[in-house]
Structures are given as C-alpha cells and as structure tokens.
Design a binder for this molecule. Structure first.
Ligand SMILES: [Zn+2]
Length: 301
C-alpha cells in the first residue's frame, strides 16, 4: 500500500510538470454500468461474504470501500481528461483488472477500465476502446466483462504460469514464459500491437502499465529491466501518439522485493509520459481539425 503515497511524493518532487488533480469517487450509477447492484451495495455496506472478502485479498473497512470507488473515479477522470484534449492522463493507482462484474479478486474490488470504457461510450456513443493490459497478470475480469462486446478490444500480455490460474479469453492473449527478459518481451509486444492494428480501430487507448514484469518483483516471474520497461512504455505511448489516439493509463500491480524499485518503474512511466504529453501539447492548438480529436464523433456515424 505504501507505494501509492510514495509515487505521489516522488512525482511532486521529481516531475513537477505532472499536473495533479483530485478526482471524485465513482458513483453507484457509474459502477452499475459494469457491476451488479447487489455486489456494489455489499461493498458499500460491508456485507460481503467471508469467501468474497478472501477472494479480494484484503479485509473490508469503510476506508477500503471508499478507496475502491476513488480508484475507479480517478481512471474515469483520466479518460475524460484524455478525451477532452488532454490526450494523455493517468490514475496514480487503478488498473484493477481482476475484478468481475459480480465479484472482486486479486486485490481488485471494482474494474476501473471496464467502468471507464462503458462510461466514455455512454457519453460518446460509438466510441471504440482498446485496452492494452501489460500488467504481468492476465486481465481476467476485463476479458470476461467484454467477452461479447465488439466495441472494446482487450489485449493482455502476461506470464503464462502466473495468477490467475484460470484465465479468461481476451480478444488477444499473449502468454510469456517464466524468466522472459527484455528482448523477447518487446518482440512479443510488437507482434501484439501489429495484430491489434489489423483487427481493431480504437478511438481511445487504456493502458495498464503494471510494474510487476520487473525482475525485482516478488510475484512477477519475468525478468524485465528498468530499461526494458521504459522501452515498453515508450512503445505503447508511441503507438498511440502515431495514431493521434488519446491515452489514459493506470499503474496496476507492482510488488518489488524493494518497494522503491516498483515506484522507480512507475516514476519512469511518468517521465516517458511527459515526453509524449509535450508532443500532444504541440498539437493541441489544432484541435478540432486533426483527425484524432474528431475521430470518435465520426465513429458514431
Ligand atoms: Zn499484476
């Protein structure tokens, strides 16, 4: 848990160009775009069964329920920022991809990317969303929620032998062997982005920039270096930038033997994001005339 506050502290100290805003918590109606009302209310009132709490992985408290709503709210705000001309925005937490419509799992209570995709689509009908999930664990909840939805493309690159042990089919799953290092990983990412390009035309990219593929991670089982993870982030942001697609990202997992190493991976993600944000800022005055900004209106036609 300490990593969240630490990331905020380090961004304020080291990357003051990052503009911070406090987001509102997600409302019951927003959560209900994805989640069962009975589940939302059980989280709100603390009436989850013992088994349901065990599957989430941490105990219920009023603060836990509040945090779960805020973690979704920050991703909603990041998407709104990205779509309304900010192009690139992020949640300092979020990426809770193991949550299903009717239950939490693996430290995830509500599925922030799923709620965000549905809410943005309700505000811009026809919006097509690509979810690029590079957390080391499979995005099983996200895959299940969008299994029959052709307007949201789910891509998950993950460790084959890692949690969750019963995986759900995404639109594109790429399984990596234990010990997978930079070169093999980046080649797999390249092939995955090529296939995404062939199969889907997004208007918005949601990027789950998990820090847990890092070689210093306790749970990751992969061997990416700091440089490898930075190249990964750069590739995804460049892919979106080349296509003038707004991008929102969230941090997802990261369980370093040294927690500071996890935070370092995340700070590096923000440093790369700032470079791309400056590209987008240059483009901003032309907004309304460039293809990227009007595209999602066209998509509704
Ligand atoms: Zn993870």
């Amino acid at each position: 848990m300490g990593k969240y506050a630490r990331l905020r502290q380090r961004l304020l100290a080291e990357l003051p160009e990052v503009k911070m805003q406090e987001a509102l918590p997600a409302s019951r109606d927003e959560l209900a775009l994805v989640h069962a009302l009975s589940y939302i209310d059980a989280v709100a009132t603390g009436s989850l069964s013992a088994a349901a709490q065990r599957e989430i992985g941490f105990p219920w408290s009023p603060a836990m329920a509040e945090r779960a709503r805020r973690s979704v709210g920050a991703t909603l705000q990041a998407c709104r920022s990205a779509l309304s001309g900010g192009w690139l925005a992020a949640n300092l937490a979020g990426g809770t991809h193991h949550a299903y419509a009717d239950k939490g799992s693996g430290f995830c209570v509500f599925n922030d990317f799923a709620v965000a995709a549905r809410l943005m689509q309700s505000e811009a009908p026809g919006l097509r969303v690509a979810i690029i999930d590079l957390d080391v664990h499979q995005g099983n909840g996200t895959a299940a929620i969008f299994a029959h939805d052709p307007t949201v493309f789910t891509l998950s690159l993950h460790g084959a032998r890692n949690f969750p042990f019963r995986k759900e089919p995404s639109d594109l799953d790429v399984e990596l062997p234990d010990g997978c290092a930079d070169v093999e990983y980046l080649e797999a990412l390249e092939r995955a982005l090529d296939e995404l390009e062939r199969r889907f035309e997004p208007d918005l990219v949601l990027y789950l920039a998990g820090a847990d593929p890092h070689e210093g991670d306790r749970l990751g089982r992969l061997k990416l270096s700091f440089d490898g993870l930075e190249a990964r982030d750069r590739r995804v942001m460049d892919w979106a930038w080349q296509r003038r697609l707004p991008l929102a990202f969230a941090m997802g997992g990261g369980y370093g033997h040294d927690p500071e190493a996890t935070v370092q991976v995340q700070v590096n993600t923000y440093r790369t994001a700032l470079e791309y944000a400056s590209h987008w800022a240059v483009m901003a005055p032309a907004r309304g005339t460039v293809a990227g900004s009007t595209h999602w209106h066209n998509a509704a036609a």
